[in-house]
Write a protein that binds this ligand. Structure first.
Ligand SMILES: [Ca+2]
Length: 113
């Protein structure tokens, strides 16, 4: 699966609308909730196991193990094998071309604040 080619297009039309509706800060809170749904509750990060277990919650239950692994690798910026909250947010932006175009700077400000 290539994340750029678009098997995970479920976000594309969805995130920019959310940003518009919620504002950058509200949207970050929603992302944060999504992160907590997917994370390993004990470790406080998203692991391959927790992502596989919880992907269905985000409507991603059709993902194969390989897809889940790709998503994790794609987002894992510091290569520790897990996604922390910041990595998760960055990954979500990268999965949403609409966000990348329209709201990137605003969201980067929201992340850094
Ligand atoms: Ca990481």
């Amino acid at each position: 699966m290539t994340m750029r080619g678009g098997s995970v297009v479920v976000f594309e039309d969805f995130f920019p609308v959310m940003v518009e509706r919620l504002g950058a800060q509200g949207f970050m809170e929603e992302l944060s909730k999504g992160f907590r749904l997917l994370m390993d509750k004990e470790k406080g990060v998203i692991t391959l196991e927790s992502l596989k277990r919880n992907a269905g919650l985000l409507g991603l239950s059709g993902m194969s193990d390989d897809d889940v692994q790709s998503m994790l690798s794609e987002g894992d910026l510091n290569r520790d094998g897990t996604l922390d909250e910041r990595e998760f947010c960055v990954l979500m932006f990268r999965l949403s071309p609409g966000l990348m175009k329209g709201s990137k700077e605003m969201l980067e400000e929201a992340i850094d604040s």
